[in-house]
Design a protein. Sequence first.
Length: 248
Amino acid sequence: MYGEQIRYLVHLPPCYEYYADSAYPVLYMLHGWPMDEQHWVNLGLLDLADVWMAQKLVGPFIIVLPGVEEADGLYVNSSGGPHSFEGMVVDELLPRVDKTYRTLREPEGRAIGGISRGGVWSLEIGLRHPELFSIIGAHSPALALNYPAPAYDPYALGGSGAPGQRIYLTAGNGDWARAGAIAFRDFLLEQGANVTYQLHEGGHVDELWSLGLPDYVAFYTAEWPKTGEALPLWHPDWEEPHPEMTMP
């Protein structure tokens, strides 16, 4: 359907099998261009998450890292919708992850974030799908280079104030994407959105995002269960979200 394949990594928390009757929140993280699904691994996201979970600084959660086989394909040459990277994530990857793993299937249990081009995708996908994601992050989002159709424009999508969603924008003090992140923050604040902005030290390079990881993880997990014991019960016969499957 798409003419290319999506690849992905799934990182399970160390206690996944120990809490075998529990459902886990899921963090989807999108890479920058021209990287791939290993980008966040190389930045240290998985190592940090494991250490924090082991130290009980955060509760257990699943991390999904999508990537594409062609760096210059749909990832940079489509704006959104079914026949784009969005379609690959929303229509194919997310249902596969939910079918394969014990995931929370309500928007409060899912977060999506990304770097640079991936940050634009996270905004577009998250704002277009509040029924799937209530937490959205964009790290150095390449908004200055984004020329989408109105239906996929984060500005148009955020015009309603993104009710029920938490939005996180970050950039570096020497980052060319900083101005775009600040402008979008100001726009969202005018619309009454729940938006947080953080400035870190550095330019539009891996060191910036690696050093920002503690703040990123803290934001995404802030409202998720703090311990394995607090996770909601998982019912394998549930195909869709159920009213009983609520966050503590």
